[in-house]
Design a protein around this ligand. Structure first.
Ligand SMILES: Cc1cc2nc3c(=O)[nH]c(=O)nc-3n(C[C@H](O)[C@H](O)[C@H](O)COP(=O)(O)OP(=O)(O)OC[C@H]3O[C@@H](n4cnc5c(N)ncnc54)[C@H](O)[C@@H]3O)c2cc1C
Length: 434
């Protein structure tokens, strides 16, 4: 697959806590057969399926609903957009590289003849508060390719948007909106990928060299040497993954019928939330953030909050909209440091036994390389930008399964800062029991 040259400056170093770290090292994998079971048919599972099918793996994808993309990835419209920080940072690097990667992936899928409901209409991040104003000023001082990011004044913003906007903005011409279900469909549509719907994986257990995935009748749904857990808000429901810290945040988007006036909007608008141009005569905006909520329900209160937010930042636009209705409610599964989990599931007992003196800071002690629950992997905790970041995460995990980067020095940074054992190590450094 063609990956375009990155458009931004990239001289980022990995923080010290990720250097000389045997607890983040991976073994070389030797599979008897290239067959993997993936649990969860949202964007994470479908990205994993596509990447592995490209390198000749057979994939069995298990989804509990009657079709793919019914939960977080079931939002009717999401935005593909990077997240910028004032100065270059690890987080910004992650989002901008992910953004580039996803644009390139969407191109590749188009070349493969796949139909995806995706519009690269551009996105304007408004300076709607002091924090965004400061960020705009800092970004305006940095050098970016015009294709990637332009710092616009109020007139330029209004001209690009097609409606009057009293804000400066950061303009991302290649960003846009996507229907995530169509993305998932395109990714999973491959002769090597068998999709099993209406099947809930409740138990994963080791049997000889395979991992067996069982349903609530204790019946085997599928088995393989490798299993990847990609099941969104239920990532931590398995005995093998239940020790990973997690933070569910529920969210709801809202629909409104477009008017003659609102139809003039040409781009995605970002403020506290986002607003799309009219798509099939509807705008979608939101979303709400409800922390520690892992059971989403559509509710009028959330629609009201979304409407109030729109009124606050875009009063004329908001007044021009007609009928409001709920769109979608789901959980964004997040981690304490906001980076996703991408990698192999650690063997917690091994970590406890072998790294339990890390808090003593023995600089010269030689520690053994990490051990994992052999053949078990995870991709999740994608938070509120999973449509943008899941592709690069899946590519990195796919490379890991194929041992595509054995030289530890060239191992992608992403596999270090998204390592599933990073919070175990943090606890051990603080002398906390796991
Ligand atoms: C309101 C809202 C707006 C958002 N807007 C954006 C946006 O504009 N841009 C962006 O980049 N991101 C956005 N996101 C975030 C993005 O949608 C998520 O990060 C992403 O969809 C997460 O994908 P996932 O595959 O990890 O989880 P999910 O999409 O939830 O997929 C998990 C799947 O696993 C299945 N499953 C769960 N347990 C089991 C089991 N035991 N057995 C079988 N199947 C199981 C579920 O049914 C589900 O289909 C938004 C999220 C929300 C909630």
């Amino acid at each position: 697959m063609h990956t375009p040259p990155l458009l931004h400056d990239k001289k980022l170093t990995v923080p010290k806590s990720f250097q000389n770290t045997p607890w983040f090292n991976y073994p070389e994998y030797h599979w008897k057969t290239k067959h993997v079971v993936i649990v969860g048919g949202g964007i994470a599972g479908c990205q994993m399926a596509w990447h592995l099918c490209q390198v000749d793996w057979q994939v069995t994808l298990i989804e509990r609903h009657n079709e793919l993309a019914k939960e977080a990835s079931g939002n009717p419209i999401g935005v593909i957009l990077p997240k910028m920080t004032s100065q270059q940072s690890l987080g910004e690097d992650f989002y901008t590289q992910s953004f580039d990667y996803t644009l390139s992936l969407l191109d590749t899928l188009k070349q493969q003849g796949k139909t995806i409901d995706w519009q690269s209409c551009g996105a304007l991040q408004l300076t709607h508060n002091l924090r965004e104003e400061k960020r705009w000023q800092a970004l305006a001082q940095r050098e970016f390719s015009n294709d990637f990011l332009q710092s616009l004044n109020e007139d330029e913003t209004s001209q690009i948007a097609g409606i009057d906007l009293p804000y400066k903005s950061s303009y991302f011409p290649q960003a846009g909106w996507i229907n995530p279900a169509s993305f998932c469909q395109a990714l999973s549509d491959h002769p090597n990928c068998k999709v099993i719907t209406e099947s809930e994986a409740l138990i994963i257990k080791k049997q000889d060299t395979d991992w067996v995935v069982l349903n609530n009748d204790n019946k085997t749904i599928a088995q393989a040497e490798a299993v990847i857990i990609c099941n969104g808000r239920d990532l931590f429901g398995f005995e093998q993954s239940n020790f990973l810290p997690n933070m569910p945040v529920a969210g709801q988007t809202t629909f409104a019928r477009a008017s003659d006036e609102s139809n003039k909007l040409k781009t995605v608008i970002g403020h506290e939330g986002y607003l799309t141009p009219a798509i099939n005569s509807q705008h979608i905006f939101g979303a709400t953030f409800e922390r520690d909520q892992n059971a989403p329900t559509l509710n009028l209160e959330a629609d009201k909050l979304n409407q109030q937010q729109l009124e606050r930042y875009l009063p004329d636009f908001s007044a021009s909209l007609s009928k409001i209705s709920s769109a979608h409610s789901a959980v964004r599964m997040t981690t304490p440091d906001r980076y996703p989990y991408v990698g192999a599931l650690p063997d917690k007992d091994f970590y406890q036994k072998n790294y339990n003196d890390l808090h003593q800071g023995k600089q010269y002690k030689k520690y053994p390389d990490a051990m994992y629950q052999n053949g078990l992997f995870i991709l999740g905790g994608l938070g509120s930008r999973g449509l943008t970041t899941s592709g690069l995460c899946a590519k990195s995990l796919c490379d890991l399964l194929n041992s595509d980067f054995l030289d530890k020095k060239t191992r992608p940074k992403l596999l270090q800062y998204c390592h599933p054992a990073r919070f175990l190590i943090k606890s051990l450094r603080r002398n906390e029991t796991l």
